[in-house]
Design a binder for this molecule. Structure first.
Ligand code: ATP
Ligand code: MG
Length: 432
């Protein structure tokens, strides 16, 4: 498709180089000095124009990954097999540099399955070709380091001004190509405070089932972006409103539709807390999110009422069934599943073994399990007195609380589990 873009010169837009990360500028300039085109593209240009701080800066160039490697040499590593990308190291940061991609069907290298989903798509192209592969108009702006202009092929600036999230091309076709775009639409609506216009929203309920086709590992990452970006409550409501939530959490959606659903009452409260924690720079952990989302399903699987005492073996058996099924949607690693089960398993001693307070408070998941019990008291008011008990113990005996050893990294859940695993560690043997 040949479209002449609108070029907005530096004097007519608000993006200043002082808003761009120094390392990113360095990479852009270096590519340009070496005779390549180099642009900021996508979410960072959109966010800068909206006066938001970009989460990351995406660079796109006409240099192939090997040519980028030729420019940055030892500072550059090429990653990815399906889509090759260059990672350029600047100080302690890594800047991602992508090469323009083309609509591959014109060159016979695009694989589309019978649902219309793109399975392989990896052909380098030009800027004029690259733009049509992007998802939403507001994500398809280029900032040119050559003359600091902005390049707009798709009316993105008007859409930004009018607060519209519009797909590039035919919405149904674009959603079918990549169903994850449906949840991206919701994420951007919440992140940017915009509503989804009819043309973007209308196809969603009918196409939601296609989410089941997306790779579970990718959906897990998307779930974290959806619920750990500070607008979890908005995202939850919008996903449900557009019929998409069940595509990510089918068991939870089933629970939400039952009368007097625990999830309907507690999930919004939990997500409100998550948003508050992120707003105040407190940590959030995926295991807690999934523990909340899946809790009612565990009780459904046991066919028991949340207020009854259950045996730990029954709880863990149900937990395994529910988490294994969830993992088919959003893959859950073994350490994450373990972490979730520990939060759940600790609910029993929290409720029924208060005489063992010192031992219980010394467990690594105590704090998460306590926060979880606080949430449960929203649905079961009589748990409030138990919450009060544990609250008081933490004030009176702070020394009982588990202290994270300095060598345990929460970034790495494997390490987290190993730190207090009772199994002997397998020694790794190195060949000479
Ligand atoms: P943020 O970084 O705030 O989450 P973003 O728009 O930068 O938002 P990324 O996932 O970083 O999102 O992707 C960068 C750019 O790549 C997007 O702006 C868009 O142009 C393009 N893109 C990403 N995912 C898709 C997709 N599924 N389909 C088409 N284009 C996409
Ligand atoms: Mg981005």
């Amino acid at each position: 498709m040949s479209v002449i873009p609108r070029i907005i010169p530096r004097a007519e837009h608000t993006i200043s180089r002082s808003q761009i990360d120094k390392g990113v500028l360095d990479v852009l300039y270096t590519l340009s000095r070496n005779g390549y085109e180099a642009y900021l593209v996508g979410g960072c240009v959109r966010d800068l124009l909206l006066g938001l701080e970009p989460k990351d800066f995406d660079i796109v160039t006409n240099a192939t990954p090997d040519q980028v490697k030729g420019v940055f040499r030892s500072r550059c590593r090429i990653i990815g097999r399906r889509f090759r990308l260059a990672h350029v190291h600047v100080g302690d940061k890594v800047v991602e540099v992508a090469t323009f991609r083309a609509q591959a069907e014109e060159r016979g290298d695009r694989v589309i399955d019978d649902q219309g989903m793109v399975r392989r798509d990896n052909v380098y192209g030009t800027r004029d070709e690259d733009v049509w592969r992007r998802d939403f108009t507001i994500n398809a702006l280029y900032y040119n380091i050559e003359d600091f202009s902005i390049i707009d092929y798709v009316g993105a600036l008007d859409d930004l001004k009018n607060g519209k999230i519009r797909l590039i091309g035919e919405p149904i076709v674009r959603y079918r190509e990549d169903p994850v775009r449906m949840i991206r639409a919701v994420r951007f609506a919440c992140k940017l405070g915009l509503d989804l216009p009819n043309e973007t929203a209308e196809p969603l309920p009918d196409l939601a089932h296609l989410l089941a086709e997306a790779a579970p590992a990718r959906l897990y990452e998307e779930v974290l972006k959806l619920f750990h970006s500070g607008q979890a409550l908005c995202v939850f409501e919008k996903l449900r409103q557009h019929g998409l939530f069940g595509g990510l959490f089918d068991q939870t959606e089933y629970c939400l539709q039952q009368p007097d659903s625990w999830s309907a009452l507690v999930i919004p409260v939990a997500l409100g807390h998550t948003d508050e924690r992120i707003a105040t720079d407190k940590g959030v952990h995926p295991a807690f999110l999934f523990a909340v989302m899946m809790w009612e399903s565990v009780w459904q699987a046991m066919e028991r009422d949340e207020q009854e005492a259950v045996h730990i073996d029954d709880l863990l058996k149900a937990a395994n069934i529910v988490l294994t099924e969830q993992s088919e949607r959003t893959s859950l690693t073994r350490p994450i599943m373990q972490h979730i089960k520990e939060i759940w398993a600790l609910q029993l001693p929290l409720l029924y073994k208060q005489e063992k307070a010192e031992k219980i408070m010394g467990m690594p998941r105590f704090r998460a399990a306590f926060d979880f019990l606080v949430l449960r008291s929203v649905a079961v008011p009589r748990f409030q007195s138990v919450v009060d008990f544990w609250q008081e113990q933490q004030i009176v005996h702070p020394e009982w609380l588990w202290q994270k050893p300095s060598y345990v990294s929460y970034q790495n859940d494997e390490a987290d589990v190993d730190a207090y695993s009772t199994k002997p560690k397998r020694r790794r043997r190195y060949r000479r």
